[in-house]
Design a protein around this ligand. Structure first.
Ligand code: DP6
Length: 362
């Protein structure tokens, strides 16, 4: 960590001399080429590409106040104390202290909340960790007067978000985010942080709708860390990296060419490959539910019948993201309501879309 962002040295603050508040809203994202498997300090085994969402987001604020006494810490999730969540956040904040040496001189009050219900089965770590990282780099900007340039600010926010949760580093950018070294796709791509991937994208893909079909709203059966570790000794580990590299290049070309068929082919292959890797791990995990399979089949039948652009993707769970164009919104929402909604748990669907990236509130 020190190699990339050196500690600017000892800092001491007089009581209350440094104080302020930062507040960010940061979105979740859905991977089109999946990050699955990591090594070292949260480096990905393969590069991934995601679409940033709009409505599924986390808002986080940090109030800070310098002190020469033992600093105090307060944490609230949706206005309430939450020990489990707090301990994850403080552990992360302690871990990035070498990068933000001022942290140990500050009383901190963190308030955070999600726009989506905790039980909705949406992974919240991408939005939560990106919002927290943005607050931390914004504090650095206020306190040390660094990171004046947007590019450096976002790069460092993405770097810090990655340390909190790999997928979070892609949420720093609106549109599409690319994380991991893939020089054939973009010369600036890097394992340490994500970069925006929006230049030259065909207008058809500038903006997509994403209906998140909630098949099961229970907590994740497999934690991300556990999931990634399954790739360490996986028999298909090397082939997976080769497959992801190939899929990423094809998808990047399809996004630029506006090739809808290749987009569908790659995105669905990535979703099913992620689950195939889990099913063939030791121990194995089978996270697809009967209604997940029923939904996937209905999506394929609908596409074959109508010729419409519909593509599904999946996270490490049973819920389905259905991607479609706003040009077909009326017809596809009718399909969703008539055929897919009955297969969802409590008929739950979250309608989201491509988002413009995080927003600074204060
Ligand atoms: C299946 O980013 O949640 O959603 O780095 O351990 O926090 P950690 O993992 P996490 O993994 C996300 C895996 C995925 C695919 C993806 O988002 O690329």
């Amino acid at each position: 960590m020190k190699d990339h962002y050196p500690n600017p040295g000892f800092l001491s603050f007089e009581e209350g001399k440094v104080n302020g508040k930062v507040h960010w809203k940061s979105p979740s994202n859905i991977a089109l080429v999946k990050y699955w498997g990591k090594y070292g300090m949260q480096f990905p085994k393969n590069a991934s590409l995601s679409m940033t969402l709009s409505k599924a987001n986390t808002q986080t604020s940090i109030e800070y106040y310098s002190t020469q006494k033992k600093p105090t810490r307060e944490f609230y999730f949706s206005g309430e104390e939450n020990d489990a969540f707090a301990s994850r956040v403080w552990k992360f904040i302690d871990s990035v202290e070498p990068v933000f040496p001022f942290i140990k001189h500050l009383n901190l009050k963190i308030e955070t909340s999600n726009s989506f219900p905790h039980s909705a089965g949406i992974a919240s770590s991408a939005s939560a960790m990106s919002a927290l990282a943005l607050c931390l780099v914004d504090m650095e900007k206020n306190i040390l007067g660094t990171l004046d340039n947007d590019y450096e600010f976002e790069k460092k926010a993405s770097y810090i978000a990655r340390l909190g949760s790999g997928s979070a580093c892609r949420s720093i950018y609106g549109g599409y985010g690319l994380w991991g070294q893939a020089k054939s796709v973009h010369l600036d791509s890097d394992n340490k942080f994500a970069i925006p991937y929006n230049e030259g994208i065909h207008p058809f893909f500038h903006y997509l709708k994403d209906a998140i079909l909630i098949v099961d709203d229970s907590q994740k059966e497999v934690s991300s860390s556990m999931g990634h570790s399954l790739m360490d000794d996986h028999p298909y580990s090397d082939d997976r990296v080769a497959q992801a590299d190939h899929n990423l290049l094809e998808l990047a070309q399809a996004l630029k060419a506006g090739d809808q068929n290749v987009f569908i082919k790659i995105v669905e292959n990535e979703a099913l490959s992620l689950h195939a890797l889990m099913m063939t791990s030791d121990p194995w995990f089978l996270l697809l539910k009967p209604n997940t399979l029923a939904i996937l089949n209905k999506i394929r039948q609908f596409r074959e019948k109508t010729g419409k652009f519909v593509a599904f993707t999946l996270d490490a769970g049973p819920n389905v993201h259905l991607l479609y164009s706003q040009n077909d919104e009326v017809e596809i929402q009718a399909f969703i309501n008539n055929e897919l909604r009955p297969l969802c748990f409590n008929q739950q669907i979250i309608f989201d879309e491509t988002g413009g990236g995080p927003q600074k509130i204060i």
